[in-house]
Design a protein around this ligand. Structure first.
Ligand code: FE2
Length: 385
């Protein structure tokens, strides 16, 4: 084996149904498990688009009672998750179906675990001393290709009072099933495709570089990077290309499986603070931090960086490929404004974030502050009143 660790443990994910048309298997799955009451957890947009009804109607036709919670927020917070818990208490489902991007899937998983354990507040899940009963079964139906949330037991929920994104994870929150139908991503707007795709790519890179990565996680992570390098641009340029959409959906899935087991790194530890403070789109925050964190980690990951370079043969290096993508789509730090006076607190929070623990190079608060300043140096620093 040529990997970071020859000795490892690995949690295998939920049952996965993958491929165009996979969605049609939803009624069978519920019937097979004798689920009589289902609750959808989705964003208002999914409800408006008719997608919720499209999935719910066949279930109703099979005699399954369906309730719909369609108030999931982008960057879900403690309050919105608590509202979803109250909805579950009122409707008492036997299975929860999360439908949407990472926000909907994370809300479904976190609310499901709170509901099962009679917690009112997601913050109670962070207290490791509390006993946790396994969550009510959740079926994850991603409509983007990026979060990896469909196959892992993590949820990212914002605590707006503390201006912090909480990474909440527990094996008790593992999904029952991931139902990944790439056809659902065919109509995603280009900008959403780009930022969710970069999120998947970032998961793949960070899990590949993780200080506790192992042979199996490396295979998954590298496979995910390879698929993203092959198909990210194509999904942004030609959204209707089903093969490219399948590749990015698979990249998200593979990276999600890997990161569940070996964690992420400094990019996520830092980008969660940016999104917590400024509500910045997660993939964009990752994209801005990615080159500078790669550089910070470079001395610890030389062999793995060479492996990334080999995936973009003919394009010189992975970094050059990345910058070509950024240039083509106009990604630069001017897209987000941050305030200098927030950097010390954000750096301190990032250093304590669970994702920082598996970054290959240890970073203290000063290192992190430097990366924030370097990544966002072109910004106008505003005085917030
Ligand atoms: Fe992410």
């Amino acid at each position: 084996m040529n990997s970071s660790s020859d000795t490892f443990n690995f949690i295998l994910p939920a049952k996965v149904e993958f491929g165009p048309g996979a969605l049609k298997k939803l009624p069978d799955e519920l019937l097979r498990n004798d689920f009589k009451r289902a609750a959808f957890v989705a964003t208002p947009g999914r409800k408006r688009s008719g997608m919720v009804d499209e999935l719910a109607d066949p279930l109703t036709g099979e005699g399954i009672e369906v309730a719909v919670y369609d108030r999931v927020k982008e960057n879900p917070d403690v309050e919105s998750t608590a509202e979803c818990v109250r909805f579950l208490k009122e409707n008492k489902p036997e299975v929860i179906i999360g439908l949407g991007g990472g926000s909907a899937l994370d809300t479904a998983k976190a609310a499901g675990l709170c509901y099962t354990n009679s917690f009112e507040d997601i913050r109670e899940l962070i207290d490791e001393r509390k006993p946790r009963r396994k969550s009510l079964p959740t079926i994850m139906v991603p409509t983007t290709a990026g979060s990896g949330s469909e196959v892992n037991y993590w949820a990212v929920i914002t605590d707006r009072l503390k201006r912090e994104k909480l990474s909440v994870g527990s094996p008790s929150m593992s999904p029952h099933m991931a139902l990944v139908d790439p056809e659902l991503t065919l109509t995603l707007p280009a900008v959403t495709t780009l930022y969710t795709g970069i999120d998947a790519l970032t998961h793949a890179i960070e899990s590949y570089f993780s200080s506790i990565s192992n042979w199996l996680s490396d295979m998954l992570s590298l496979g995910a990077v390879s698929l993203a390098v092959k198909s990210l641009e194509q999904t942004v340029d030609e959204g209707g290309d089903l093969q490219a959409r399948c590749n990015m959906a698979l990249a998200s899935l593979l990276a999600g499986m890997s990161m569940e087991n070996v964690g992420l790194g400094l990019i996520h530890a830092m980008s969660h603070q940016i999104s917590g403070y400024y509500n910045t789109q997660h993939g964009l925050a990752n994209a801005i931090l990615l080159p500078n964190v790669l550089e910070f980690n470079a001395s610890r990951c030389r062999a793995k960086i060479r492996s990334l370079d080999s995936l973009v043969k003919g394009r010189n290096s992975f970094k050059k490929w990345l910058f070509k993508i950024y240039k083509k789509y106009g990604i630069d730090c001017k897209a987000v404004e941050i305030n200098e006076k927030d950097i010390p607190a954000m750096s301190e929070k990032a250093s304590r974030n669970v994702n920082a623990q598996t970054n290959p190079a240890k970073a203290d608060v000063t290192d992190i502050a430097k990366i924030y300043r370097k990544s966002f140096k072109a910004f106008v620093i505003h005085q917030v009143r």
